[in-house]
Design a protein around this ligand. Structure first.
Ligand code: ATP
Ligand code: MG
Length: 271
């Protein structure tokens, strides 16, 4: 699209208070620019604009398999908008992380219903984290598969993932302690296991910021222990490679602290 891009047009139409139908008419045109801008998603974005969660969409921050993330402008400053793809081939795997979570006992199992539940789960998990004092983007609005949250910024741009950060050994040690405290707090205070904790899902804005928690499950989920172990082993391996001594051993100790070995309680023998 030469000249104006899709974001300018969405902005312009909103500012001129054009009717929703007129925005939607452009869906096919926008779709060639970015496939998430189909009719349904434009409508969802527009709803969030009307609710006042965002004013305009700006540029894309990340385009992925499951979601696209955009920077947006709000009345106060900026926000990040995560749009989950509804045309998602991996969505079948989503059900594994939803079924067994006590918070989602009755759900719509249609394709779209599962994606909406996933976005709702991410919103709830982010809120629980922020309430527990964990550094995470606070959610500011959800409509179907579109989630608005704090925009995490560093040095004038979107915050980088931890994997691309270059810093001193002492700083890695300090951040590793933060990760361990966070995993513990997430488990004990929020009753959650991240489920995809890695150097990709921790951002850096001067300190670590924990995000991408759509898959995070409540600690009574049948897979919670396995996911906690996997999270701890993936993230400790990263810090170990960054030169943090004993990271892997410390992670395994934390696992045992959070999940004490089951003491089998044999019923007393009748004599
Ligand atoms: N609130 C935010 N502020 C700044 N950047 C963000 C924010 N949320 C996400 N991002 C950027 O977008 C990237 C992808 O976000 P996220 O990890 O939540 O999506 P994803 O589920 O991994 O998507 P996919 O698997 O499709 O890549 C992040 O690694 C980060 O770079
Ligand atoms: Mg991610």
């Amino acid at each position: 699209m030469a000249g104006k891009d899709v974001y300018d047009i969405i902005h312009e139409k909103y500012d001129k208070r054009w009717k929703r139908e007129e925005l939607i008419v452009d869906a096919d045109r926008f779709k060639t620019y970015d496939e998430v801008f189909d009719r349904q998603n434009l409508d969802n974005i527009f709803k969030l604009m009307k609710k006042g969660s965002i004013r305009t969409l700006e540029c894309p921050i990340s385009t992925g398999k499951e979601a696209n993330v955009y920077k947006a402008r709000t009345d106060e400053g900026f926000a990040a908008v995560k749009i989950y793809r509804t045309s998602n081939s991996t969505f079948g795997a989503f059900l594994d992380y939803i079924i067994g979570d006590r918070r989602f006992q009755k759900i719509d199992r249609s394709h779209r219903g599962i994606i909406y539940t996933w976005a709702k789960k991410e919103e709830m998990n982010l809120k629980a984290m922020v309430d527990a004092g964990i550094r995470a983007p606070a959610p500011h609005g959800l409509f179907k598969n579109v989630l608005v949250m704090d925009y995490i910024e560093y040095e004038g741009g979107p915050a980088p993932q931890l994997r691309v950060l270059r810093t001193e050994p002492d700083h890695w040690v300090e951040m590793w302690k933060d990760v361990m405290r966070t995993v513990k707090k997430l488990y004990r205070k929020c009753g959650l296991v991240h489920g995809d904790l890695s150097e990709y899902n921790i951002l850096y804005d001067g300190k670590p910021v924990y995000m991408d928690v759509g898959q995070s499950v409540d600690k009574d989920h049948p897979r919670a222990r396995e996911l906690l172990k996997r999270d701890l082993s993936i993230i400790s391996l990263f810090f170990q490679k960054k030169g943090v001594p004993g990271a892997e051993a410390a992670a395994m100790r934390l696992y045992s602290e959070l999940i004490p070995a089951q003491i089998s309680e044999e019923p007393p023998q009748n004599r």
